[in-house]
Write a protein that binds this ligand. Structure first.
Ligand code: SF4
Length: 486
């Protein structure tokens, strides 16, 4: 096992002035592969989770199994830090049939190593491995009931609750036990689960979190959070897993069971920010939807200006759309330092400004210009004012802030760390107060209708904007704690 400096990987406390921290943060990415032909699956799983790294950067793990071995490795760090050549060689058994992988984001303060996935359990169905993306809103209730019955948990992770429930249905086979547990769990989740000879994938009844199916030319079936992971292993996209559907691959092929029926409400933030720009989810191209968001934003909130500048990288798609619809030229007004990574926690205002400068630098394009600055979201608002100030320092004459998501006023209970309600600037400040806080000449957010039109498709979860949670909320007592701990 590679030894990592845990303190170097985990910041001592969140820094609200960190560019990445002041964004909604994705919980996890999942990947699974079943190969009818025994082969080395560790390398393919590595490529799969590497392509999902944007969904979680704090821990990575994988399980690989053949008929006689079930190997597990997981640790804190990026995929490239956790899996070096030696480890991939150890996991690279030539006759593997099934493997799953996971990348995780977790809030600081939770025991990250402890909670890294995949999780494993020995049961009468053999050794099982499970990795999930999202959250079960009733996991605490189920955990408490199981604790009263004497169940012992090794982690504080919801994943272990689901895995234990599946293992407890000892009289049912793996598919039937999993479908039973799907009906017990509520929330927004996508799961991959494996035994030594079967790979299963499932999506919550609302399809809040994404999961797709692909197939390689050699017949191997692949389940993953996003199609980018299918491309990474040369698999062809087959289809999205349907909301409430359980799919599994074994030596007889791919199978499906529609376990639950719900109103599809996938997470709007997948298209706004989380998913990679070259993904497409539930039939909607992510990059194109971001361009449409920018176009909507321009229609809803036009302004006289000279250039449109994205906050890189996440504001690029919407900025292209804003420029197209408004006729104002798109320009490269902010350079993002690709080597900045995670940095120091700024002790004071001067250091905060320097830290933002370390990551973002205005170019000469903004000098003497009226700038439309486009970003995908404002969470705490702590970095927006620093970015606006950078542009003014570089000679911008006006800065008009345009945001391609509606104001975030509610926490997410489905696997996204949007921050607790009290930290969300839009939950307690008016539009004018936020504008004043960030120091822009004007500020405007896209409407919910605009997001729906830009993404298209059936329904969307927009709960962090409107408080209407389509897949339930945790028990009232848990709400504040939940918001802080997810
Ligand atoms: S509450 Fe917001 S972030 Fe969470 S699933 Fe719904 S749209 Fe996505």
């Amino acid at each position: 096992m590679q030894k990592l400096d845990l303190l170097a990987l985990v910041p001592p406390s969140p820094d609200p002035f960190d560019l990445e921290f002041d964004k909604p943060r994705e919980e996890c990415g999942v990947f699974g592969i079943y190969s009818p032909l025994p082969q080395n699956l560790a390398w393919l799983t590595y490529l799969g989770i590497f392509s999902l790294q944007h969904r979680g950067q704090e821990a990575a793990g994988m399980c690989v199994a053949n008929d006689t071995q079930f190997l597990v490795e997981k640790d804190l760090g990026l995929v490239t830090q956790v899996f070096d050549d030696t480890m991939l060689e150890r996991l690279g058994i030539d006759d593997a049939r099934v493997a799953i992988g996971h990348v995780r984001y977790s809030t600081t303060g939770s025991n990250l190593r402890f909670n890294a996935q995949p999780m494993n359990v020995r049961s009468n169905k053999g050794i099982l491995g499970l990795a999930h993306n999202g959250n079960f809103v009733n996991a605490r209730e189920i955990r408490n009931l199981m604790l009263e019955e004497g169940t012992i948990f090794n982690t504080t992770n919801d994943t272990e609750v689901m895995l234990n429930r599946i293992a407890r249905y000892s009289r049912l086979n793996l598919v039937d036990a999993t479908s039973r547990v799907m009906l017990e769990m509520r929330g927004g989740f996508a799961v991959v689960l494996m035994s030594k000879d079967m790979l299963l994938g499932l999506r919550d009844p609302n399809g809040v979190r994404p999961l797709v199916i692909g197939q390689r030319d050699d017949g191997a079936w692949v389940f993953a959070s996003e199609p980018v992971a299918l491309k990474a292993v040369d698999a062809t996209f087959v289809r999205d897993v349907l909301p409430g559907e359980l799919v599994w691959a074994d030596k007889t092929g791919l199978h499906s069971l529609q376990v639950a029926h719900g109103q599809p409400t996938p997470c709007a933030f997948e298209w706004i920010y989380f998913a990679r720009a070259d993904s497409y989810l539930d039939g909607v191209d992510v990059h194109e939807s971001r361009i449409r968001m920018g176009e909507q934003l321009a229609l809803e909130h036009p302004v006289d200006a000279d250039i449109v500048v994205p906050v890189p990288d996440s504001g690029i798609g919407a900025a292209i759309g804003y420029a197209r619809a408004s006729g104002i030229p798109f320009d490269y007004g902010l350079h993002k330092n690709p080597y900045a990574g995670r940095s120091f926690i700024a002790p004071n205002q001067d250091a905060r400004a320097l830290k933002v400068k370390m990551k973002l630098a205005p170019t000469s394009a903004v000098r003497g210009k009226r700038v439309v600055l486009v970003d995908d979201s404002i969470v705490r608002g702590t970095t927006s004012s620093l970015i606006v100030n950078l542009l003014f320092e570089a000679g911008a004459t006006e800065v008009h802030f345009r945001v391609s998501s509606p104001p975030i006023t509610n926490p997410c209970f489905y696997g996204i760390d949007t921050a607790a309600r009290k930290e969300l600037v839009a939950s307690h400040k008016s539009l004018e107060e936020i504008r004043e806080l960030i120091g822009a000449n004007s500020l405007a957010f896209i409407s919910e209708r605009g997001i729906r039109e830009a993404v298209g498709g059936p329904g969307l979860c927009l709960a962090c904007f409107n408080g209407q949670y389509p897949a339930g909320v945790p028990l009232e007592n848990d709400v504040d704690k939940f918001a802080l701990e997810i």
